[in-house]
Write a protein that binds this ligand. Structure first.
Ligand code: CA
Length: 230
């Protein structure tokens, strides 16, 4: 199990968050600047980053973008602003959750634990099942089935689906999805992602009246509908 990185320039708040997370049995690293956060984040083995957006050197948004482009670590943002624009901007960064300041430390701990549970559940399973259409993703066999029938995907479609399925319910921006599929086919245009998603949807959706398994989030990007266990 890795550590939780707490990025916060306010010494008192950083110590407070650290003590609450440690009391919950988690191991904690801390950073007071964005540069420090990026270097610790890229060095690896983190389970989650708690990221303050208002940092002295680099904006937290920039830190999130950098971590997102180079790692798959979940990010929980601490923000002093609660307006809707900020919420959408946060979704575009592909963060996993938000806590608005001032917050109750116990609530932050609960949110952190919820994200950790979600990622542990996803990592531990070889076959993931989604939606009402009986979508199954078998990562080990690189096989996708819908209603028991094998669906043939292009390498780019497979990479997109894997990215979305790595954190079910999390919103991925188009830019992030381009990053994830770069090894296969990089054209750099967000519209390219839209057309791949359109093709994926067509292949994955047998019943056109069912809720789409890949959801569009306005101003955000795409996400895979939350998993149904059956
Ligand atoms: Ca701050």
């Amino acid at each position: 199990m890795g550590a939780i990185l707490v990025v916060e320039d306010d010494d008192k708040l950083r110590a407070l968050v650290r003590s609450y997370l440690e009391a919950a049995g988690l191991s904690v690293l801390t950073a007071g600047t964005g540069a420090e956060a990026i270097s610790i984040g890229q060095a690896g083995d983190l389970d989650l980053v708690v990221l303050d957006l208002g940092l002295p050197d680099i904006p937290g948004q920039e830190v999130a973008r950098t971590l997102r482009a180079t790692t798959a670590v979940p990010i929980l943002v601490l923000t002093a602003r609660s307006s809707d624009e900020d919420r959408v901007a946060g979704l575009e960064l592909g963060v996993d959750d938000y806590v608005t300041k001032p917050f109750v430390p116990r609530e932050l701990v609960l949110r952190v634990q919820a994200i950790l549970r979600r990622t542990a559940a996803t990592a531990g399973e070889e076959v993931q099942r989604f939606g009402d259409g009986g979508l199954c993703i078998d990562a080990a066999r690189r096989e996708v089935t819908v209603g028991g029938e094998v669906v043939h995907l292009t390498p780019t479609e497979w990479a997109l689906l894997q990215a979305l399925a790595s954190h079910p319910g999390r919103v991925y921006s188009r830019a992030e999805l381009i990053n994830r599929t770069r090894g296969y086919e990089y054209e750099g245009y967000e519209r390219t992602v839209d057309s791949h998603v359109k093709n994926l949807r067509r292949k994955l959706q047998q019943d056109p009246l069912a809720a789409p398994v890949i959801e569009t989030v306005v101003g955000g990007g795409y996400r895979l509908g939350v998993r149904r266990d059956r």
